[in-house]
Design a binder for this molecule. Structure first.
Ligand code: PEP
Length: 261
């Protein structure tokens, strides 16, 4: 059985003070739902927050003793150097964060990060003991041109170049996030989401073998909210959700977590 992975991506929201307030409220929400807490503690389910670099330390400190994972939203592929404004993997691990997103669509499209750069980030993150969540997804234009599967195949193949099967199974998570569904209120239909996630599992099988494909955690992201979570999570190849906007309010995010179980 693959574990469920329910993650929030805060993007450029929540500085240290707001992070502290959020996590204190979320702790209270968890306390009020002991069933949810039990699931997380048993390892059947993981909850993660990907937070801005300036809030990582506060998030790690404030979540101490809580069954939540703290991750970075981005990292650099070099360990140190003249890269003004960037955050290195050793800095992230020194703080105590354990995960990082790589290649979120906003990084790919606004900051023009390439597959080659993202592959370097994946290797640096994993070599530095982080679990890396590689985000893949097509734009509306690519979907309408019938190129969605080609795009996913390229992003998956290039992003995971040079990894072996054991590393892929243990240290890598894939998030399928169609760009046209992020922050737009348009969720992919559960059938469309499942179709692409099944395709990704097939790519994992071709690349790493059946055992790794079975173990690989695959998330869906794009306008996930409490009302659509259960339907998405019922799909056989979707193991979790990556949530943007609806992860910013503890009382909303806890509903997503509850509906995901
Ligand atoms: C995201 O930022 O990864 C995301 C899926 O955003 P939203 O849930 O707001 O669409």
């Amino acid at each position: 059985m693959r574990r469920k992975f329910i993650a929030g991506n805060w993007k450029m929201h929540n500085g240290p003070a707001a992070t502290k307030e959020f996590l204190n409220k979320f702790a209270a929400e968890l306390k009020a739902s002991p069933e949810t807490g039990k699931n997380i503690e048993s390892g059947a389910e993981e909850i993660a927050f990907f937070v801005p670099a300036v809030s990582l330390l506060t998030a790690v400190q404030e979540s101490s003793g809580m069954p939540v994972i703290i991750g970075a939203e981005n990292c650099h592929w070099e360990l140190k150097g003249a890269f003004t404004g960037e955050t290195s993997v050793p800095m992230i691990t020194e703080i105590g964060a354990t995960h990082t997103l790589v290649g979120h669509s906003e990084r790919r499209h606004i900051f023009r990060e390439t597959d080659e750069e993202l592959n370097k980030k994946m290797h640096t993150a994993v070599d530095g003991t982080l679990i890396a969540v590689l985000c893949v997804g097509e734009t509306l234009e690519e979907r309408e041109a019938g190129k969605a599967f080609d795009v996913i195949k390229r992003q998956f193949g290039e992003g995971l170049k040079g990894f072996d099967a054991a590393t892929a199974a243990e240290k890598i998570i894939i998030a399928y996030e169609p760009v046209w569904a992020i922050g737009t209120g348009k969720t992919a239909s559960v059938d469309d989401a499942e179709e692409v996630c099944r395709f990704i599992r097939g790519l994992a099988k071709e690349t790493f073998g059946a055992e790794t494909a079975e173990k690989l955690i695959i998330l869906y992201g794009g306008s996930v909210k409490p009302e659509n979570t259960a339907g998405i999570m019922a799909q056989p190849d979707i193991d979790g959700v990556l949530v943007g906007g609806a992860s910013l309010k503890p009382e909303v995010f806890i509903e997503i977590v509850k509906n995901a179980i």
